[in-house]
Design a protein around this ligand. Structure first.
Ligand SMILES: NC(=O)C1=CN([C@@H]2O[C@H](COP(=O)(O)OP(=O)(O)OC[C@H]3O[C@@H](n4cnc5c(N)ncnc54)[C@H](OP(=O)(O)O)[C@@H]3O)[C@@H](O)[C@H]2O)[C@@H](O)CC1
Ligand SMILES: Nc1ncnc2c1ncn2[C@@H]1O[C@H](COP(=O)(O)OP(=O)(O)O)[C@@H](O)[C@H]1O
Ligand SMILES: [K+]
Length: 497
């Protein structure tokens, strides 16, 4: 963001204009909130940098609209520099030290303490102020608007640096930052708006930005659709590996989801002991016997099975390791693979053995760990040192494994070995239900079978999964995600597709 600002200013846009535009966007949201609650009294908390500068300008604009505005400053105004000092000088109304400010009778607080320049944990005085503000908001149910990012949230990692403001609205500028999307930061933002302040989108082109909000714009042009002249084999054939007789449900969920995700055919490779239970519970999914690594290799001799999903219900064992190795064995043709659950955990004691297999795989490989699986497998990438984010960790994991890493959770991150990454926002917590991850694995496999590129397939699958949950609503169980996928397809492709 600092680079985008600098490039814009170097291209001739005065920096004060950017600050003025930022403040206009804040004042607009503030006056909307105030009108809704018929409030008039505003307290603006200003910090020592340009985030505080935005606060001073917004205070001036709101006062001009006849709101009753007071400013409380964390730093003595004579210590401010540059644009922040100019902004503070333009404020002629009430100014008091933040430590002495009183929230009594206030309708709205604008939090302009720290923005993207937050460089370390808040000092004790700032933490006390933030905690007082949060307590006031909880007790009075009045509103807080944060300028750029709730103060105390790290704009890059989403971490809370000592304490952080709990906002009802956050107004950010130019682009949403990763700290708005990653937990816990996201939970502090309230409603997030992104305002244009005069920075051109072309500014980004030279900056090599590789992290994106997971939205259809990222992958829609690559979304596979059935061709008029196609047949089921042109839509791909996904193979899903089942566990033993008492662990078959997970793989069946993956298999049905792969079909609903558009694979032309899906076969479940089942141990002989589980063949009857699998066959009796499935209709459009085919079932074939495959015992252990040798049996799996035999089924995989059919090159038309161009995507494999392995892990759900598989069991943690040496045999599972060997099945994964059989699935990833170098071949002349590009078979894609999704590794989930026990296919990952089985390699806990020797992750490098798995990396050898993923790096040597003939086609795209997607791994779908949740936080527990990630910690077991990527212990080296998982440390909390040096304020590293979930995005950093997923990218490191993708780099060491040479695979696309789909790191699940409320803020699912998909990272590719080349650094591309997507972050899912707003997934329903109803997705935290047994089998939901197995369905996601199946959707990824279904899209890979249709030859969608690994990173795009994984991102698209995460979005479809989340969108199905959103459309279905409360009470969701894993089977409902599969049943709702046709609605998601309709939304993406239109009725005619
Ligand atoms: N042209 C532009 O750039 C535009 C920028 N815009 C706005 O500027 C904001 C970024 O401004 P910024 O870079 O001045 O940083 P900001 O977030 O105000 O904080 C830095 C100050 O805080 C201090 N400080 C840091 N950590 C601290 C701590 N833990 N505890 C205590 N102090 C701490 C640090 O001091 P120091 O580290 O030097 O001690 C410094 O004084 C951005 O979020 C947006 O709102 C918009 O107007 C659009 C145009
Ligand atoms: N609080 C949450 N909000 C949104 N999505 C969630 C939340 N918790 C889990 N999920 C999603 O639900 C799925 C759960 O997968 P997983 O943990 O593998 O479950 P299972 O093994 O039972 O299938 C993942 O896609 C994950 O991202
Ligand atoms: K702020």
């Amino acid at each position: 963001m600092a680079r985008a600002d600098r490039m814009t200013i170097d291209s001739g846009v005065p920096s004060m204009d950017l600050m003025e535009s930022a403040a206009v966007a804040i004042a607009r949201v503030a006056s909307r909130v105030l009108q809704r609650m018929s409030g008039r009294r505003v307290l603006v908390l200003c910090g020592p940098g340009n985030n505080g500068g935005d606060g001073y300008v917004a205070a001036r604009l709101l006062r001009a609209q006849r709101y009753k505005v007071r400013v409380a400053s964390l730093a003595p105004p004579d210590r401010l520099r540059g644009d922040a000092a100019r902004a503070a000088a333009s404020w002629t109304g009430t100014l008091l030290p933040a430590q002495e400010c009183d929230f009594h009778g206030v309708d709205l607080v604008i939090d302009a303490l720290f923005g993207t320049g937050l460089a370390r944990d808040l000092d004790p005085a700032a933490q006390t102020l933030v905690n007082r503000l949060n307590q006031w908001r909880r007790e009075t149910k009045q509103s807080v608007i944060s300028v750029d990012i709730p103060s105390g949230v790290d704009g890059t990692t989403g971490a809370i640096r000592g304490a952080a403001v709990e906002a009802d609205e956050t107004v950010t500028f130019f682009r949403v930052k990763t700290g708005h999307l990653l937990l816990p930061g996201r939970t502090r933002c309230g409603r997030l708006t992104c305002a244009h302040i005069g920075i051109r989108s072309t500014t980004l082109e030279s900056m090599g930005v590789k992290a994106f909000v997971n939205a259809p714009e990222l992958w829609l042009p690559h979304l596979p659709r059935p061709r008029v002249d196609g047949h089921k084999y042109t839509r791909g054939h996904a193979l899903v590996v089942s566990g033993g007789a008492s662990f078959t449900g997970a793989a069946r969920l993956s298999a049905s989801a792969a079909l609903r995700a558009g694979a032309g055919l899906v076969t479940l490779a089942s141990p002989t002991e589980a063949l009857a239970v699998n066959a009796s519970a499935l209709t459009s999914v085919m079932v074939r016997p495959a015992d252990g690594p040798v049996g799996l290799a035999h089924v995989l001799a059919d090159e038309r099975k161009n995507a494999i999903a392995i892990g759900p219900g598989l069991g943690v064992s040496e045999a599972s390791c060997q099945q994964v190795e059989a699935a990833l064995k170098p071949q002349a043709y590009r078979r894609a693979a999704v590794l989930d659950a026990d296919a990952l955990t089985s390699f806990e004691s020797d992750p490098f053995r798995l990396w050898r297999a993923t790096r040597g795989a003939p086609g795209p490989v997607v791994m779908t760990p949740h936080a527990g699986e990630f910690a077991r497998l990527f212990a080296e990438c998982d440390g909390n040192h040096a304020n590293r984010s979930k995005l950093d960790k997923a990218r490191d994991a993708a780099r060491v494994s040479g695979a696309v890493v789909l790191y699940k959770g409320p803020d699912t991150v998909v990272a590719a070995p080349d650094g591309r990454a997507s972050i899912q926002t707003g997934a329903s917590p109803w997705l935290a239900t047994a089998g939901s991850g197995d369905v996601l694995t199946g959707i990824v496999a279904g899209l890979l079978a249709q030859r969608m590129e690994g990173f795009l397939a994984a991102s698209c699958a995460v979005w479809m999964h989340a969108r199905a949950a959103e459309q279905f609503g409360p009470g969701l169980i894993a089977d409902d995600i599969i049943a709702t996928l046709p609605q998601v397809w309709r939304e993406l492709c239109g009725e005619s597709a």
